[in-house]
Design a protein around this ligand. Structure first.
Ligand code: DLL
Length: 435
Protein backbone atom coordinates (compact mmCIF):
# COMPACT_ATOMS: atom_id res chain seq x y z
CA UNK A 1 0.00 0.00 0.00
CA UNK A 2 1.24 3.46 -0.93
CA UNK A 3 1.93 5.51 2.18
CA UNK A 4 2.89 9.16 2.38
CA UNK A 5 3.93 10.23 5.86
CA UNK A 6 4.32 13.83 6.91
CA UNK A 7 7.08 12.85 9.37
CA UNK A 8 8.30 9.46 8.31
CA UNK A 9 11.25 9.62 10.68
CA UNK A 10 8.94 9.46 13.69
CA UNK A 11 5.92 7.71 12.24
CA UNK A 12 8.01 4.77 11.05
CA UNK A 13 10.69 4.75 13.74
CA UNK A 14 11.95 1.40 15.05
CA UNK A 15 10.22 0.43 18.30
CA UNK A 16 13.42 0.34 20.37
CA UNK A 17 14.55 3.70 19.16
CA UNK A 18 11.07 5.08 19.83
CA UNK A 19 11.06 3.72 23.41
CA UNK A 20 14.43 5.29 24.08
CA UNK A 21 13.20 8.63 22.73
CA UNK A 22 10.05 8.42 24.85
CA UNK A 23 12.09 7.63 27.96
CA UNK A 24 14.39 10.57 27.39
CA UNK A 25 11.44 12.90 26.81
CA UNK A 26 9.59 11.60 29.87
CA UNK A 27 12.63 12.16 32.06
CA UNK A 28 13.04 15.73 31.00
CA UNK A 29 9.30 16.47 31.21
CA UNK A 30 8.98 15.11 34.76
CA UNK A 31 12.00 17.14 35.89
CA UNK A 32 10.46 20.24 34.33
CA UNK A 33 6.99 19.89 35.87
CA UNK A 34 8.48 19.05 39.25
CA UNK A 35 10.33 22.30 39.18
CA UNK A 36 7.62 24.49 37.64
CA UNK A 37 4.18 23.20 38.61
CA UNK A 38 3.49 23.23 42.37
CA UNK A 39 0.54 20.87 41.79
CA UNK A 40 2.83 18.19 40.30
CA UNK A 41 5.58 18.74 42.83
CA UNK A 42 3.03 18.06 45.57
CA UNK A 43 1.64 15.01 43.78
CA UNK A 44 5.05 13.48 43.17
CA UNK A 45 6.15 14.23 46.73
CA UNK A 46 3.00 12.58 48.06
CA UNK A 47 3.66 9.52 45.90
CA UNK A 48 7.26 9.48 47.21
CA UNK A 49 8.77 9.78 43.72
CA UNK A 50 11.89 11.84 43.05
CA UNK A 51 12.10 13.07 39.44
CA UNK A 52 15.56 11.54 39.02
CA UNK A 53 14.10 8.08 39.68
CA UNK A 54 12.21 8.34 36.37
CA UNK A 55 14.67 6.90 33.87
CA UNK A 56 12.78 5.09 31.16
CA UNK A 57 9.27 4.95 29.77
CA UNK A 58 8.64 1.85 31.90
CA UNK A 59 8.77 4.07 34.99
CA UNK A 60 5.65 5.87 33.84
CA UNK A 61 3.29 3.42 35.59
CA UNK A 62 4.64 4.56 38.95
CA UNK A 63 3.50 8.13 38.41
CA UNK A 64 0.17 9.47 39.71
CA UNK A 65 -2.81 10.21 37.46
CA UNK A 66 -4.15 13.62 36.50
CA UNK A 67 -7.94 14.08 36.16
CA UNK A 68 -10.49 16.60 34.98
CA UNK A 69 -11.09 17.49 38.64
CA UNK A 70 -7.47 18.65 38.82
CA UNK A 71 -8.19 21.05 35.95
CA UNK A 72 -11.18 22.38 37.86
CA UNK A 73 -9.18 22.80 41.07
CA UNK A 74 -6.32 24.51 39.27
CA UNK A 75 -8.63 26.74 37.19
CA UNK A 76 -7.71 28.64 35.10
CA UNK A 77 -3.94 28.45 34.68
CA UNK A 78 -2.64 26.48 37.69
CA UNK A 79 -1.40 23.52 35.63
CA UNK A 80 0.63 25.66 33.25
CA UNK A 81 4.36 24.99 33.38
CA UNK A 82 5.50 28.26 31.79
CA UNK A 83 5.15 31.93 32.53
CA UNK A 84 2.04 33.47 30.94
CA UNK A 85 4.24 35.63 28.76
CA UNK A 86 5.24 32.46 26.88
CA UNK A 87 1.63 31.37 26.39
CA UNK A 88 0.46 32.49 22.96
CA UNK A 89 -2.94 30.78 22.84
CA UNK A 90 -5.62 29.37 25.08
CA UNK A 91 -8.50 27.08 24.20
CA UNK A 92 -11.22 25.66 26.42
CA UNK A 93 -13.67 22.81 26.56
CA UNK A 94 -16.50 21.91 28.90
CA UNK A 95 -15.75 21.36 32.54
CA UNK A 96 -18.04 19.21 34.62
CA UNK A 97 -19.80 22.23 36.12
CA UNK A 98 -19.90 25.93 35.22
CA UNK A 99 -16.17 26.49 34.72
CA UNK A 100 -14.49 25.51 31.47
CA UNK A 101 -11.38 23.33 31.21
CA UNK A 102 -8.65 25.72 30.07
CA UNK A 103 -5.61 24.70 28.04
CA UNK A 104 -2.60 26.76 26.92
CA UNK A 105 0.04 26.64 24.18
CA UNK A 106 3.45 28.20 23.72
CA UNK A 107 4.70 29.07 20.26
CA UNK A 108 6.53 25.74 20.23
CA UNK A 109 3.36 23.88 21.27
CA UNK A 110 1.50 25.46 18.35
CA UNK A 111 4.27 24.26 16.05
CA UNK A 112 4.04 20.76 17.52
CA UNK A 113 0.26 20.79 17.18
CA UNK A 114 0.50 21.96 13.56
CA UNK A 115 2.82 19.06 12.84
CA UNK A 116 0.66 16.41 14.47
CA UNK A 117 -2.39 17.74 12.63
CA UNK A 118 -0.35 17.71 9.40
CA UNK A 119 0.49 14.07 10.21
CA UNK A 120 -3.25 13.45 10.57
CA UNK A 121 -3.87 14.78 7.07
CA UNK A 122 -0.84 12.77 5.94
CA UNK A 123 -2.61 9.63 7.19
CA UNK A 124 -5.01 10.15 4.28
CA UNK A 125 -2.04 10.76 1.94
CA UNK A 126 -2.67 14.50 2.08
CA UNK A 127 0.00 16.71 0.49
CA UNK A 128 0.67 20.32 -0.43
CA UNK A 129 -1.44 19.79 -3.55
CA UNK A 130 -4.61 19.25 -1.53
CA UNK A 131 -7.41 21.69 -0.84
CA UNK A 132 -8.62 21.26 2.74
CA UNK A 133 -12.13 22.37 3.62
CA UNK A 134 -12.14 22.74 7.35
CA UNK A 135 -15.68 22.55 8.74
CA UNK A 136 -14.69 22.09 12.38
CA UNK A 137 -15.78 25.02 14.52
CA UNK A 138 -13.26 27.83 14.97
CA UNK A 139 -13.01 29.47 18.38
CA UNK A 140 -12.36 28.08 21.83
CA UNK A 141 -13.00 24.57 20.48
CA UNK A 142 -9.71 23.08 19.28
CA UNK A 143 -11.04 21.40 16.12
CA UNK A 144 -11.08 24.43 13.83
CA UNK A 145 -7.72 26.05 14.55
CA UNK A 146 -5.94 22.71 15.07
CA UNK A 147 -6.81 21.29 11.67
CA UNK A 148 -6.36 24.72 10.11
CA UNK A 149 -2.75 24.97 11.24
CA UNK A 150 -2.22 21.33 10.28
CA UNK A 151 -3.40 22.02 6.75
CA UNK A 152 -1.17 25.04 6.40
CA UNK A 153 1.80 23.21 7.88
CA UNK A 154 1.31 20.50 5.27
CA UNK A 155 1.43 23.25 2.66
CA UNK A 156 -2.12 22.50 1.50
CA UNK A 157 -4.66 25.20 0.65
CA UNK A 158 -6.99 25.66 3.61
CA UNK A 159 -10.57 26.92 3.33
CA UNK A 160 -11.43 28.06 6.88
CA UNK A 161 -15.18 27.40 6.67
CA UNK A 162 -15.96 26.49 10.29
CA UNK A 163 -19.25 24.64 10.87
CA UNK A 164 -22.63 25.67 9.42
CA UNK A 165 -23.62 27.55 6.29
CA UNK A 166 -24.07 24.21 4.60
CA UNK A 167 -25.18 25.41 1.16
CA UNK A 168 -22.13 27.62 0.98
CA UNK A 169 -19.91 24.72 2.03
CA UNK A 170 -21.27 22.73 -0.90
CA UNK A 171 -20.86 25.58 -3.34
CA UNK A 172 -17.23 26.21 -2.40
CA UNK A 173 -16.48 22.51 -2.30
CA UNK A 174 -17.35 22.37 -6.00
CA UNK A 175 -15.90 25.69 -7.08
CA UNK A 176 -12.61 25.50 -5.12
CA UNK A 177 -12.01 21.82 -5.85
CA UNK A 178 -11.93 20.64 -2.23
CA UNK A 179 -10.09 17.32 -1.93
CA UNK A 180 -10.01 16.84 1.86
CA UNK A 181 -12.89 17.52 4.22
CA UNK A 182 -12.53 17.96 7.98
CA UNK A 183 -15.75 17.86 10.03
CA UNK A 184 -17.65 15.94 12.64
CA UNK A 185 -19.13 12.75 11.14
CA UNK A 186 -22.66 13.95 11.86
CA UNK A 187 -22.01 17.21 10.03
CA UNK A 188 -20.59 15.28 7.06
CA UNK A 189 -23.94 13.49 6.80
CA UNK A 190 -25.75 16.80 7.02
CA UNK A 191 -23.62 18.13 4.15
CA UNK A 192 -24.53 15.02 2.13
CA UNK A 193 -28.26 15.46 2.78
CA UNK A 194 -28.28 19.14 1.91
CA UNK A 195 -26.28 18.42 -1.25
CA UNK A 196 -28.88 15.84 -2.25
CA UNK A 197 -31.65 18.39 -1.68
CA UNK A 198 -29.75 20.85 -3.87
CA UNK A 199 -29.40 18.23 -6.58
CA UNK A 200 -25.59 18.16 -6.18
CA UNK A 201 -23.84 14.80 -6.50
CA UNK A 202 -20.82 15.11 -4.21
CA UNK A 203 -19.39 11.88 -5.60
CA UNK A 204 -18.66 13.80 -8.78
CA UNK A 205 -16.54 16.42 -7.00
CA UNK A 206 -12.82 16.16 -6.27
CA UNK A 207 -13.46 15.17 -2.64
CA UNK A 208 -11.14 12.30 -1.78
CA UNK A 209 -10.74 11.84 1.98
CA UNK A 210 -12.66 13.01 5.05
CA UNK A 211 -11.15 13.40 8.53
CA UNK A 212 -13.97 12.83 10.96
CA UNK A 213 -13.86 12.97 14.73
CA UNK A 214 -14.68 14.92 17.88
CA UNK A 215 -17.67 12.66 18.60
CA UNK A 216 -18.41 8.93 18.64
CA UNK A 217 -19.47 7.36 15.36
CA UNK A 218 -19.88 3.89 13.93
CA UNK A 219 -19.03 1.77 10.93
CA UNK A 220 -22.59 2.24 9.71
CA UNK A 221 -22.06 5.98 9.67
CA UNK A 222 -18.77 5.46 7.89
CA UNK A 223 -20.52 3.50 5.16
CA UNK A 224 -23.22 6.11 4.75
CA UNK A 225 -20.67 8.96 4.58
CA UNK A 226 -18.44 7.14 2.12
CA UNK A 227 -21.35 6.31 -0.17
CA UNK A 228 -22.93 9.73 -0.12
CA UNK A 229 -19.83 11.88 -0.31
CA UNK A 230 -17.67 9.57 -2.40
CA UNK A 231 -14.77 9.80 0.08
CA UNK A 232 -12.63 7.52 2.17
CA UNK A 233 -13.72 8.32 5.72
CA UNK A 234 -10.99 8.33 8.38
CA UNK A 235 -11.54 8.41 12.12
CA UNK A 236 -9.46 11.05 13.89
CA UNK A 237 -9.17 11.39 17.64
CA UNK A 238 -7.99 14.03 20.05
CA UNK A 239 -9.03 16.08 23.03
CA UNK A 240 -8.25 19.54 24.24
CA UNK A 241 -6.52 18.69 27.52
CA UNK A 242 -3.68 17.02 25.64
CA UNK A 243 -3.71 19.27 22.54
CA UNK A 244 -6.91 18.99 20.45
CA UNK A 245 -7.10 17.04 17.16
CA UNK A 246 -3.75 15.57 16.12
CA UNK A 247 -3.45 12.96 18.88
CA UNK A 248 -4.32 9.88 16.80
CA UNK A 249 -5.52 9.17 13.30
CA UNK A 250 -6.66 6.26 11.24
CA UNK A 251 -4.65 5.63 8.07
CA UNK A 252 -5.88 4.29 4.75
CA UNK A 253 -5.44 0.70 6.01
CA UNK A 254 -8.51 1.28 8.23
CA UNK A 255 -7.46 -0.81 11.19
CA UNK A 256 -7.29 1.48 14.15
CA UNK A 257 -5.91 4.95 14.82
CA UNK A 258 -2.16 5.55 14.97
CA UNK A 259 -1.32 7.44 18.12
CA UNK A 260 1.41 10.06 17.74
CA UNK A 261 3.10 8.48 20.71
CA UNK A 262 6.46 10.19 20.31
CA UNK A 263 4.58 13.17 21.79
CA UNK A 264 1.44 11.75 23.42
CA UNK A 265 2.11 8.48 25.20
CA UNK A 266 -1.01 6.31 25.57
CA UNK A 267 -1.84 3.65 28.14
CA UNK A 268 -5.05 1.71 28.71
CA UNK A 269 -5.93 1.13 32.35
CA UNK A 270 -8.60 -0.64 34.31
CA UNK A 271 -10.81 2.29 35.31
CA UNK A 272 -11.59 0.70 38.67
CA UNK A 273 -8.13 -0.32 39.85
CA UNK A 274 -5.96 2.06 37.80
CA UNK A 275 -3.80 -0.88 36.75
CA UNK A 276 -2.18 -0.71 33.28
CA UNK A 277 -3.65 -3.25 30.87
CA UNK A 278 -1.84 -5.15 28.12
CA UNK A 279 -2.53 -4.85 24.37
CA UNK A 280 -5.98 -5.95 23.30
CA UNK A 281 -7.71 -5.45 26.63
CA UNK A 282 -10.40 -2.77 26.76
CA UNK A 283 -10.14 -0.04 29.35
CA UNK A 284 -9.75 3.68 29.92
CA UNK A 285 -7.34 5.60 27.76
CA UNK A 286 -4.69 7.61 29.61
CA UNK A 287 -2.23 10.06 28.04
CA UNK A 288 1.08 11.60 29.03
CA UNK A 289 2.36 14.63 27.11
CA UNK A 290 6.06 14.04 26.56
CA UNK A 291 7.01 17.26 24.82
CA UNK A 292 4.48 20.01 25.49
CA UNK A 293 5.75 23.18 27.13
CA UNK A 294 2.73 25.08 28.43
CA UNK A 295 0.63 22.18 29.68
CA UNK A 296 2.53 18.92 30.05
CA UNK A 297 0.19 16.38 31.63
CA UNK A 298 1.19 13.23 33.46
CA UNK A 299 -1.13 10.25 32.96
CA UNK A 300 -4.28 12.19 32.16
CA UNK A 301 -7.42 10.06 32.44
CA UNK A 302 -9.50 10.70 29.33
CA UNK A 303 -12.53 8.63 30.43
CA UNK A 304 -12.66 7.30 26.85
CA UNK A 305 -12.82 3.53 26.47
CA UNK A 306 -10.73 1.68 23.88
CA UNK A 307 -7.96 -0.91 23.29
CA UNK A 308 -4.37 -0.62 22.05
CA UNK A 309 -2.41 -2.80 19.67
CA UNK A 310 1.24 -2.86 18.64
CA UNK A 311 0.67 -5.29 15.73
CA UNK A 312 2.34 -4.06 12.52
CA UNK A 313 0.09 -2.02 10.21
CA UNK A 314 -0.09 -2.40 6.43
CA UNK A 315 0.77 1.27 5.98
CA UNK A 316 4.22 0.77 7.50
CA UNK A 317 3.77 3.15 10.42
CA UNK A 318 5.18 1.63 13.58
CA UNK A 319 3.10 3.77 15.93
CA UNK A 320 0.76 1.98 18.34
CA UNK A 321 -2.89 1.95 17.29
CA UNK A 322 -6.00 2.54 19.36
CA UNK A 323 -9.33 1.12 18.30
CA UNK A 324 -12.34 3.32 17.73
CA UNK A 325 -13.53 4.86 21.04
CA UNK A 326 -16.43 2.70 22.17
CA UNK A 327 -17.79 4.74 25.06
CA UNK A 328 -16.89 6.67 28.18
CA UNK A 329 -16.58 5.90 31.85
CA UNK A 330 -18.53 9.03 32.77
CA UNK A 331 -21.80 10.57 31.66
CA UNK A 332 -20.39 13.15 29.23
CA UNK A 333 -22.57 13.56 26.14
CA UNK A 334 -21.41 15.02 22.85
CA UNK A 335 -24.24 17.02 21.33
CA UNK A 336 -23.62 18.64 17.94
CA UNK A 337 -19.92 18.35 18.68
CA UNK A 338 -20.22 20.10 22.06
CA UNK A 339 -19.19 18.20 25.17
CA UNK A 340 -21.98 18.34 27.71
CA UNK A 341 -21.95 17.09 31.28
CA UNK A 342 -25.39 16.66 32.87
CA UNK A 343 -23.85 18.25 35.99
CA UNK A 344 -23.34 21.50 34.04
CA UNK A 345 -27.05 21.61 33.25
CA UNK A 346 -27.88 20.78 36.84
CA UNK A 347 -25.77 23.61 38.20
CA UNK A 348 -27.51 26.08 35.88
CA UNK A 349 -30.95 24.87 36.98
CA UNK A 350 -30.13 24.96 40.66
CA UNK A 351 -29.17 28.61 40.45
CA UNK A 352 -32.45 29.69 38.96
CA UNK A 353 -35.20 30.55 41.37
CA UNK A 354 -38.49 28.78 40.78
CA UNK A 355 -37.03 25.47 39.58
CA UNK A 356 -36.96 22.19 41.49
CA UNK A 357 -33.96 19.84 41.50
CA UNK A 358 -35.85 17.36 39.33
CA UNK A 359 -35.02 17.35 35.66
CA UNK A 360 -34.60 15.11 32.65
CA UNK A 361 -32.35 15.58 29.64
CA UNK A 362 -33.64 14.08 26.41
CA UNK A 363 -31.37 13.77 23.39
CA UNK A 364 -32.53 12.78 19.93
CA UNK A 365 -31.18 12.89 16.42
CA UNK A 366 -33.79 14.43 14.16
CA UNK A 367 -33.11 15.29 10.50
CA UNK A 368 -29.43 14.37 11.04
CA UNK A 369 -29.05 16.92 13.83
CA UNK A 370 -28.86 16.33 17.56
CA UNK A 371 -31.64 17.92 19.56
CA UNK A 372 -31.68 18.40 23.28
CA UNK A 373 -34.71 18.95 25.45
CA UNK A 374 -34.52 19.74 29.14
CA UNK A 375 -37.61 19.03 31.18
CA UNK A 376 -37.59 20.66 34.57
CA UNK A 377 -40.10 20.78 37.38
CA UNK A 378 -41.02 24.23 38.60
CA UNK A 379 -42.62 25.52 41.80
CA UNK A 380 -46.30 24.76 42.21
CA UNK A 381 -47.29 28.39 42.55
CA UNK A 382 -45.80 29.32 39.17
CA UNK A 383 -48.42 27.19 37.50
CA UNK A 384 -51.20 29.12 39.17
CA UNK A 385 -49.52 32.42 38.20
CA UNK A 386 -49.71 34.26 34.93
CA UNK A 387 -48.47 32.45 31.85
CA UNK A 388 -46.00 35.26 31.25
CA UNK A 389 -44.03 34.29 34.37
CA UNK A 390 -43.62 30.74 33.11
CA UNK A 391 -42.58 32.09 29.75
CA UNK A 392 -39.95 34.34 31.37
CA UNK A 393 -38.58 31.44 33.36
CA UNK A 394 -38.37 29.24 30.28
CA UNK A 395 -36.50 31.94 28.38
CA UNK A 396 -34.15 32.56 31.27
CA UNK A 397 -33.24 28.87 31.54
CA UNK A 398 -32.73 28.64 27.78
CA UNK A 399 -30.53 31.72 27.87
CA UNK A 400 -28.39 30.47 30.79
CA UNK A 401 -27.95 27.05 29.18
CA UNK A 402 -26.94 28.71 25.93
CA UNK A 403 -24.42 30.94 27.64
CA UNK A 404 -22.73 28.02 29.41
CA UNK A 405 -22.92 25.38 26.68
CA UNK A 406 -23.34 27.36 23.48
CA UNK A 407 -26.25 25.06 22.62
CA UNK A 408 -29.88 25.88 22.06
CA UNK A 409 -32.00 23.52 24.12
CA UNK A 410 -35.74 23.09 24.09
CA UNK A 411 -36.89 23.87 27.64
CA UNK A 412 -40.08 22.27 28.89
CA UNK A 413 -41.42 23.34 32.28
CA UNK A 414 -43.42 20.66 33.98
CA UNK A 415 -45.52 20.54 37.13
CA UNK A 416 -44.08 19.26 40.41
CA UNK A 417 -43.85 15.46 40.71
CA UNK A 418 -44.22 14.90 36.97
CA UNK A 419 -40.72 13.51 36.45
CA UNK A 420 -40.42 9.92 37.50
CA UNK A 421 -38.57 9.48 40.80
CA UNK A 422 -36.08 6.73 41.07
CA UNK A 423 -35.43 4.31 43.89
CA UNK A 424 -31.70 4.38 43.40
CA UNK A 425 -29.48 6.41 41.09
CA UNK A 426 -31.63 9.02 39.34
CA UNK A 427 -31.87 8.63 35.58
CA UNK A 428 -31.23 12.12 34.31
CA UNK A 429 -30.48 11.45 30.66
CA UNK A 430 -32.40 9.64 27.96
CA UNK A 431 -30.27 9.44 24.84
CA UNK A 432 -32.31 8.06 21.96
CA UNK A 433 -29.70 8.61 19.24
CA UNK A 434 -28.71 5.67 17.11
CA UNK A 435 -25.30 6.24 15.59
O1 DLL B 1 -13.09 16.97 20.18
C1 DLL B 1 -10.79 17.46 19.61
C2 DLL B 1 -11.04 17.02 18.22
C3 DLL B 1 -11.39 17.94 17.26
C4 DLL B 1 -10.87 15.70 17.86
C5 DLL B 1 -11.59 17.55 15.96
C6 DLL B 1 -11.06 15.26 16.56
C7 DLL B 1 -11.42 16.21 15.62
P1 DLL B 1 -12.72 17.96 23.00
O2 DLL B 1 -13.75 18.97 22.66
O3 DLL B 1 -11.87 18.19 24.18
O4 DLL B 1 -11.72 17.80 21.81
O5 DLL B 1 -13.47 16.57 23.14
C8 DLL B 1 -12.73 15.41 23.39
O6 DLL B 1 -14.37 14.01 22.30
O7 DLL B 1 -12.46 12.73 25.01
C9 DLL B 1 -13.84 11.90 23.17
O8 DLL B 1 -14.80 11.57 24.16
C10 DLL B 1 -14.52 12.64 22.03
N1 DLL B 1 -13.88 12.31 20.74
C11 DLL B 1 -12.94 13.00 20.08
N2 DLL B 1 -12.62 12.36 18.93
C12 DLL B 1 -13.37 11.22 18.89
C13 DLL B 1 -13.49 10.13 17.98
C14 DLL B 1 -12.00 17.39 20.52
N3 DLL B 1 -12.80 10.06 16.86
C15 DLL B 1 -13.64 14.21 23.51
N4 DLL B 1 -14.35 9.13 18.33
C16 DLL B 1 -12.85 12.92 23.68
C17 DLL B 1 -15.07 9.17 19.46
C18 DLL B 1 -14.16 11.19 20.06
N5 DLL B 1 -15.00 10.17 20.34
Amino acid sequence: MKTRCFEKKYEMMGRDELSALQGERLRSMVARVYQRVPFYRRKLDEAGIRPEEVRSIDDLVRLPFTTKIDFRDQYPFGLFAVDMKKVVRVHASSGTTGKPTVVGYTRKDIELWSRTCARTLGCGNGTARDVVQNAYGYGLFTGGLGMHYGGERLGATVIPMSGGNTKRQILLMQDFGTTLLCSTPSYALEIAEVAAEMGVDLRKTKLRVGFFGAEPWSDNMRKAIEERLGVTALDIYGFSEVIGPGVASECLAHCGLHVFEDHFYPEVIDPQTGRSLPDGQPGELVFTCLTKEALPLIRYRTRDLTRLTHEPCACGRTLVRMQRVTGRTDDMLIIRGVNVFPSQIESVLLEIEGTQPHYLILVERRDRLDEIEIQVEVDEKLFSDEIRKLEDLRNRIGYEIYSILGLTAKITLVEPRTIERSQGKAKRVIDKRVI
